[in-house]
Design a protein around this ligand. Structure first.
Ligand SMILES: *[C@@H]1O[C@H](CO)[C@@H](O)[C@H](O)[C@H]1NC(C)=O
Ligand SMILES: *[C@@H]1O[C@H](CO)[C@@H](O)[C@H](O)[C@H]1NC(C)=O
Ligand SMILES: *[C@@H]1O[C@H](CO)[C@@H](O)[C@H](O)[C@H]1NC(C)=O
Ligand SMILES: *[C@@H]1O[C@H](CO)[C@@H](O)[C@H](O)[C@H]1NC(C)=O
Ligand SMILES: *[C@@H]1O[C@H](CO)[C@@H](O)[C@H](O)[C@H]1NC(C)=O
Ligand SMILES: *[C@@H]1O[C@H](CO)[C@@H](O)[C@H](O)[C@H]1NC(C)=O
Length: 525
């Protein structure tokens, strides 16, 4: 957000020959230099043209656009101190929750094209600035940054933007733009960032875009783009962010992207991609986040994925992936925060898999019997919060948990074929808010130790083969808002304290002989 006052920039001043005079910054009083030149009348007229195109302004910004000196108190306007030319226009609505949102309503005036010394043009989150992007903007040949985000701009992306030969940062995200990507844009070889997310753009990525070799951020998410993901993305070596999510891209993921060495954020979520995950994906050592969820991918999860030391987010949910959970490399994902492999056809043992991402270290005293038991315990990566393996065909048994349970908040292993018992060390997962083990084949009793899981809000143990009682101690879990024990072989009195005696009867249905509220009273014996 811009402050009012005198945010004059000295940018561009160096380009001008100001004979023998040092560049003077506005507001820098105290010496006897000449006063800064007044705002250029040409630029002032262009700004007033913009103001006239705005019918309603609830931000209050344009109220400050008053008087002759547009380089003075006009909010959002920055001038070159030496020349009085406007070099930056930054108008941003504060983000307030409804109904207190602020906005400008109107059109972008063609007069903006008259601000010929403009270096940055930012009109962000004004919500109701509509109409087309004026073709006159192509006259801004010095512009480096064009951010027209979060407005209501309509029509196509003008191919004439290619005349902004200095452009490095382009964002038209969050508008109502339609039509295809202009192939000419590739002539702007200085482009570092293109963000066109959240529009209604369609068509494919033009082949000419292979020339955008400086591109570091490409966000085309939330549009209607289609066609194949071009293999030349693998040649745009500076790419750090590639977000093509929520479009209709089809075909296979080109293996060439695995050659990108600076890629940190890679999302292809919600497309129609087929084929396999390229086995070399693990060679993108820079990856922080990989989201391939909601596609039609098949084959197995490449084990190379589990060697990505910087990966904190992995989402492969909702595909047709099969084969075993990747065996991985011990301590392979030390940075992991969230992993979602749900809604696939994965097989393999859950104990083995958890051990493969475990950070438990073999103690030095190999001869000590304790050492081998340490390593059999699973210690999740320190920052891991979210683990979802639900709706697969995973077998095995939950292993013993060690350490302090790290940061795990969400553990969902429901709808699998997991057997064994609930280990009493599950209580080590002290920060767990959601535990879902439902629809498996888990046997044995509910461990009393679970009474220590003070953060638990959601507990689903339904549709297993649990026996014995529901431990009375569980009533210590006062944060639980949802619990289900249905369809097991439990027996005995339901803990008669809130919230357990208040859950719907369905939460306890389908057991051997549970009794007490909300079910009928226990028979006196
Ligand atoms: C914006 O442009 C549309 C169509 O060109 C016009 O009908 C409307 O009056 C304009 N709004 C303002 C505030 O100038
Ligand atoms: C996908 O994009 C469409 C169109 O932009 C949008 O309406 C929808 O909310 C997006 N869906 C998701 C899951 O982001
Ligand atoms: C990759 O990133 C590093 C560090 O940010 C940078 O110095 C380097 O120039 C980048 N490589 C490419 C090809 O952009
Ligand atoms: C993974 O993707 C699925 C489907 O697109 C989404 O519902 C889920 O919330 C994502 N998981 C995480 C942990 O973000
Ligand atoms: C493990 O070692 C500790 C001392 O280091 C000892 O107190 C404990 O009883 C041992 N546990 C087992 C299961 O051997
Ligand atoms: C369970 O409750 C009993 C008595 O109410 C108590 O002695 C025992 O220590 C409790 N166990 C746990 C693990 O909380």
């Amino acid at each position: 957000m811009q402050l009012s006052g005198k945010p004059r920039l000295a940018l561009g001043a160096l380009l001008l020959v100001v004979a023998a005079l040092p560049v003077r910054e506005a507001g820098h009083d105290g010496d006897d230099g000449p006063p800064p030149p007044p705002c250029s009348p040409v630029d002032r007229a262009a700004l007033l043209g913009f103001k006239a195109g705005v019918a309603v302004d609830t931000t209050g910004i344009l109220d400050t656009w008053d008087g002759d000196d547009c380089c003075g108190a006009w909010e959002g306007v920055s001038c070159d101190a030496a020349t009085g030319r406007v070099v930056a226009l930054r108008l941003e609505a504060p983000r307030l929750p409804p109904p207190r949102q602020r906005y400008m309503e109107g059109n972008l005036s063609a007069s903006l094209g008259g601000l010929e010394y403009l270096d940055a043009l930012v009109i962000r989150d004004m919500a109701r600035i509509g109409g087309a992007i004026p073709a006159s903007l192509s006259r801004l040949s010095r512009l480096k940054q064009l951010y027209l985000e979060g407005n209501m701009l309509a029509g196509g992306i003008p191919g004439s933007l290619v005349k902004m030969s200095s452009l490095q940062f382009l964002s038209l995200a969050g508008n109502r733009l339609e039509g295809q990507l202009p192939p000419e844009l590739s002539q702007l070889s200085g482009l570092v960032q293109i963000n066109l997310g959240r529009n209604s753009l369609s068509g494919g990525v033009p082949p000419t875009y292979k020339n955008l070799f400086r591109l570091a951020y490409l966000d085309l998410s939330n549009n209607f783009f289609s066609g194949a993901i071009p293999a030349f993305f693998g040649q745009l070596k500076s790419l750090a962010l590639l977000d093509l999510s929520n479009n209709s891209f089809s075909g296979e993921i080109p293996a060439s992207v695995c050659a990108l060495r600076n890629l940190t954020d890679f999302s292809l979520s919600h497309n129609k991609l087929t084929g396999v995950i390229p086995p070399q994906i693990g060679s993108i050592a820079s990856l922080n986040s990989l989201s391939l969820d909601s596609n039609l991918l098949v084959g197995s999860i490449p084990s190379s994925l589990l060697s990505l030391k910087k990966l904190w987010n992995l989402n492969l949910s909702r595909n047709g992936l099969s084969g075993s959970l990747p065996p991985g490399i011990r301590h392979g994902l030390p940075s992991l925060v969230a992993m979602d492999l749900s809604h696939n056809h994965l097989i393999g043992g859950i104990d083995q898999f958890f051990r493969s991402i475990s950070t438990a270290r073999r103690t030095k005293m190999i001869s000590n019997k304790n050492a081998s038991s340490d390593i059999s315990q699973v210690v999740f990566p320190q920052r891991l919060q979210h683990m979802d393996l639900s709706r697969n065909r995973i077998t095995g048994a939950l292993p013993e948990f060690g350490g302090d349970g790290a940061s795990l908040v969400w553990l969902d292993v429901s709808h699998n074929a997991i057997g064994g018992q609930i280990p009493s060390s599950v209580s080590r997962l002290l920060r767990l808010e959601r535990l879902d083990i439902s629809r498996n084949q888990v046997k044995g009793t509910i461990p009393v130790s679970m009474a220590a899981m003070a953060s638990l809000e959601w507990l689903d143990l339904s549709s297993n083969a649990l026996v014995g009682r529901i431990p009375d101690n569980l009533t210590r879990l006062t944060s639980v808002r949802h619990a289900s024990f249905r369809d097991n072989k439990l027996c005995g009195k339901i803990p008669q304290a809130r919230p357990f005696n208040l859950f719907p009867a369905a939460a306890y249905a389908g057991n051997l002989c549970l009794c007490g509220k909300p079910l009928p009273p226990c028979r006196k014996t």
